[in-house]
Design a binder for this molecule. Structure first.
Ligand SMILES: C[S@@+](CC[C@H](N)C(=O)[O-])C[C@H]1O[C@@H](n2cnc3c(N)ncnc32)[C@H](O)[C@@H]1O
Length: 592
């Protein structure tokens, strides 16, 4: 395979919702045979949830096997009435409104979100900001884009410079939501679903005022609203309505991703927004682009079970990056969603969390939790050895976090500086004792992989390829210690590693007897590398079928991996056959 296929994955927030009442049928109508009928632990007692009913037609994309309930702790959410197998698609729906981020506007279709065709795309001749696959996609989008188009033209005309960018994807997505709501009418099911999305206006944190005010101003400006009467036309009769709308948007928006989880823009789905959060989710929201749906149904969103889910269990997705340690996750949830998470991961006080752990100073194989301050007394949980270098570890953690923040900011501005930071900091944190899953080492290492992937020389060199493989291997180990087997982020990380291993070696080792012994070399060369690629891709495929859904054949990435596996099987067969031929041709008694 070639390098151009390699893409980096980023973790993105995601969440969900549902209604209705058929306890034994699956989404596809097929009965599900499993041992899942028994209630699991962790299923909240039913007495604490009230089943909710809604006007007919609302949340129509919810299957009858799930139900919307209100729980005392989390508000409304979605519960399943039937067992759901890992890899099953629970909800399929089209985003109500979606917008590409500015950087993706020229390279993706503004209607179906497909990547640009090599033959080019059609550009909207009026606003010159939106691009489409073809006239079909342009027509599909026109009912909403016509409003957006004139707003964009006015935006550009009023701009102080011709280099001005369109408003952010958040502002454009919010505007699309408002135009679509107006088009459907205030009494429509869609308007009611939008109104039903949770607003956190009454409990907004002062730290959120700035974002909300910015969004409110930008929306009013982009919609071209100059007086209260015009605002009322859009269902914004008061300032409180405007703040509510912004809060609903912020609390319920998803990051649209491509099939390899790279962020593309923002989307709203009132039905999927009903799903509550857990840092140990049993489901994930994906944009698989691998169904037989017509392009008019894109961007299509799906909620996939990433582990078996029991009847009467709540369906939960994660809104944030769950590879982060508890304090950072809690801060992110408070900031955007206004709640304190009480999931089992957040409340567990068990063994050190692999997100915050270091190796035993005596190298006994055990782990130690990371120190919180200079006075922390840290011991290995296995051999009880005391960590003496608490100050040095705290320094390493501080420098690592600052470096990660800086390298993340610089990645698209000053590539060389960014990769220099990741390259320098990873060995410092590793030699301080941090394990690959620990923060901020994992973050630095994932960023390092995406920088290495983006900077493959042409033609590729063996050193660059091997360095990327080593980094990808550490990332798979780190993510594997934290994320569930079927988690889409882990599945993509394993797929990326498999793809890297399958790349033709630019300069394979000519003679395995020269240099370090083969078993000490990582990544290996020649046939062992091919075999490792094959095994890694098999593992990736299994995970992708869960994380991106069996019905989607593991999404676009899963389908590609299946083809690679078939190709590698042939290649390995040819290779083995070649070796057999050589061995058979070798005269007896002679060693090659
Ligand atoms: C996208 S909405 C989820 C649906 C929401 N519960 C509702 O009633 O519409 C996000 C909001 O739900 C609540 N929420 C979600 N997950 C939660 C959790 N694990 N614990 C407490 N509240 C939660 C928070 O108020 C959050 O701002």
């Amino acid at each position: 395979m070639s390098f151009s296929d390699l893409k980096s994955a980023r973790n993105n927030k995601s969440y969900v919702k549902s209604s209705v009442n058929c306890p034994t049928s699956s989404t596809s109508g097929e009965p599900v045979e499993s041992g899942l009928e028994q209630n699991a632990e962790n299923v909240e007692p039913k007495a604490t949830q009230d089943r909710l009913s809604f006007e007919e037609g609302m949340y129509s994309s919810l299957p009858s096997s799930v139900e919307i309930r209100r729980s005392t702790s989390n508000g409304r959410g979605i519960w399943t009435l039937r067992p759901i197998r890992a890899g099953e698609s629970i909800i399929v729906t089209k985003a109500f409104a979606a917008s590409l981020s500015n950087q993706n506007l020229p390279s993706y279709c503004s209607s179906c979100f497909a990547p640009a065709d090599p033959n080019g795309m059609q550009r909207c001749t009026k606003c010159r900001a939106a691009y489409y696959c073809d006239s079909i996609c342009q027509t599909n989008d026109w009912a909403i884009h016509k409003h957006e188009c004139s707003s964009l033209q006015q935006w550009f005309q009023a701009a102080p410079s011709k280099d001005i960018l369109p408003p952010s994807d958040a502002v454009r997505c919010l505007s699309r939501m408002v135009w679509k709501r107006q088009r459907k009418g205030p009494g429509s099911v869609q308007a009611k679903e939008i109104a039903n999305m949770q607003s956190n206006r009454s409990s907004l944190k002062p730290s959120a005022y700035e974002t909300h005010t910015y969004l409110a101003h930008s929306l009013v400006q982009f919609l071209g609203l100059t007086n209260p009467a015009e605002m009322a036309e859009y269902g914004l009769a008061s300032a409180a309505d405007l703040v509510d709308l912004i809060s609903r948007f912020v609390t319920n928006t998803f990051s649209v991703t491509d099939p390899a989880l790279t962020a593309l823009g923002a989307a709203v789905s009132p039905v999927i927004a009903l799903i509550n959060h857990s840092c140990e989710p049993n489901a994930a929201v994906i944009f698989p682009r691998a169904t037989a749906d017509s392009k008019s149904q894109e961007p299509s969103m799906q909620v996939i079970a990433i582990r078996d889910i029991y009847p009467q269990e709540e369906i939960l997705t994660s809104y944030i990056d769950t590879t982060l340690p508890t304090d950072l996750r809690q801060a992110a949830l408070q900031e955007t969603y206004n709640f304190t998470c009480t999931c089992s991961l957040c409340t567990s006080s068990a063994d050190p969390d692999p997100r915050q752990a270091m190796n035993c100073p005596k190298n006994c194989g055990g782990l130690c939790p990371l120190p919180l301050d200079e006075d922390s007394l840290i011991r290995c949980i296995k051999c009880n050895a005391l960590v003496k270098s608490v100050d040095a570890m705290l320094d390493a953690l501080r420098v690592g976090q600052e470096g990660l923040d800086k390298a993340t900011k610089l990645q698209n501005i000053d590539f060389a500086k960014s990769i220099q930071l990741t390259s320098n900091l990873m060995p410092i944190l590793t030699s301080a004792g941090l394990i690959p899953s620990s923060h901020p080492l994992l973050g630095l290492s994932r960023l390092h992989q995406s920088l290495l992937t983006a900077s493959f020389p042409s033609p590729p060199t063996q050193d660059h390829l091997d360095e990327t493989i080593r980094t990808a291997t550490k990332n798979v180990a780190g993510l594997g210690a934290i994320l569930h087997e079927g988690h889409p982020v882990l599945a993509i990380a394993v797929a990326e590693l498999g793809k890297l291993l399958a790349v033709d070696e630019p300069s394979p080792r000519a003679n395995p007897n020269v240099g370090p012994p083969a078993q000490m070399m990582y990544p290996p060369s020649g046939f062992p590398r091919l075999k490792l690629a094959y095994e890694t891709l098999l593992r990736a495929r299994k995970m992708l079928l869960i994380g991106f859904g069996v019905v989607n054949e593991g999404g676009e990435v899963g389908k590609g991996i299946r083809e690679m596996i078939v190709g590698l099987e042939k290649e390995m067969d040819v290779f083995s056959q070649g070796v057999r031929n050589v061995v058979e041709d070798t005269p007896k008694g002679k060693k090659r």
